[in-house]
Design a protein around this ligand. Structure first.
Ligand code: UFG
Length: 323
């Protein structure tokens, strides 16, 4: 298929593009490079350096390239930042996403795959988390993603869009070619690996008084290649609906630090700090719907293999992407 991938220069989007191209799809990357990197874009993808804020550019892109499906990954995606700057989240993740959706509908697109998040559930009332749980976000990031999920359902009713909504848990790891490089890094695993690389002196642990076994937050880490495979399956005819994408197992912040020490064989100094605002204590997926309907199951389930892939990439790219 000919697929338009927004955010295809970013961490998750660039891995999706890599796997789509490996599977024989034709890819157009639409990215403003605010978070993404030119060097992360697969050389066989057609790159359009534009912003989703511009409806004119979007219409031009659909007209010129005639994609058959859209995978919308581009977003602002930091829980902590969203608590400080909600406007950025509602503008990028809702208003700009509606621009994209309108352009897609005007050009007759049915298949619209959307990167949503487990942050739409807020503090889950039961674990592991199934799609049927109430969605009650506790930060503007989760709220912005939930708002666009709802907009998609209206467009499904009114414009016969076929939405596939992926609620990612914690994306992690790297392909041999593509890894995690945010200009300001806030994510746990790359921050720990920076200490192992000698680029930071210590790793911060945000909150040690949660109601978990060791007092730190628990997350479900899912490899970016596994996420990418789900997107490929989403393109199959008849697939619609919302799916959780996670491994179904959780690791605490301390467990992740220890796994990083084991993988890198380097010392990692930690400093314990108060909780970070907006962080739910435990997020772990029940991904059986994706397994039953999409026929998707993650391949890289151990935290050590996920961290290993990230470590290999960071060793090869100690300063991330150069452009
Ligand atoms: N953490 C630390 N120290 C750090 C960084 C993070 O202790 O230096 C903790 C956080 O407080 C949290 C956990 O590690 O408890 C994971 O934090 P990340 O920042 O790596 O990831 P988040 O869970 O906050 O958010 C990520 C993505 C979101 C996505 C979410 C799904 O950024 O887009 O996973 O859980 F929605």
């Amino acid at each position: 298929m000919k697929v338009l991938v927004t955010g295809g220069a970013g961490y998750i989007g660039s891995a999706c593009v890599e796997h789509l191209i490996q599977e024989g799809h034709q890819v157009i990357v639409y990215d403003n490079l605010s978070e993404g990197h030119r060097d992360a874009i697969h050389p066989d993808a057609h790159f359009i350096h534009n912003d989703l804020a511009s409806s004119i550019d979007l219409h031009g892109c659909f007209q010129k390239h005639n994609p058959e499906a859209v995978i919308h990954v581009a977003a602002s995606a930091l829980v902590g930042e969203s608590m400080a700057n909600p406007s950025k989240y509602f503008t990028n993740n809702v208003a700009n996403a509606v621009n994209l959706l309108d352009a897609a509908v005007n050009h007759g697109i049915k298949k619209f795959v959307f990167s949503s998040t487990c942050a739409t559930y807020g503090i889950p009332e039961s674990l592991p988390m199934a799609e049927s749980l109430p969605q009650l976000p506790i930060n503007p990031y989760g709220e912005s993603k939930l708002m666009f999920e709802k907009i998609l359902l209206w467009y499904q009713k009114i414009h016969n869009v076929e939405p596939v909504i992926f609620r990612y848990f914690n994306a992690a790891g790297a392909t041999p070619e593509r890894g995690e490089h945010h200009r300001i890094e806030t994510h746990l695993i790359p921050n720990i690996l920076k200490v192992a690389l000698g680029q930071s002196s210590e790793c911060m642990i945000f909150g040690t008084d949660y109601d978990t076994q060791d007092g730190t937050c628990i997350r479900d880490y899912i490899h970016i290649s596994d996420l990418a495979q789900a997107h490929i399956k989403a393109l199959n005819p008849g697939i619609q609906g919302a799916f959780n994408l996670g491994n179904g197992g959780g690791y605490s912040v301390r467990q992740v630090v220890n796994a990083c020490i084991e993988v890198t064989q380097r010392p990692i100094k930690i400093v314990e700090l108060p909780r970070r605002e907006g962080d739910p204590p435990i997020l772990v997926a029940n991904a059986s719907k994706a397994s039953n309907i999409l026929r998707w199951s993650p391949g890289l389930t151990s935290i050590h293999s996920i961290i290993s892939s990230a470590w290999d990439w960071h060793l090869k790219h100690p300063h991330g992407y150069l452009d």
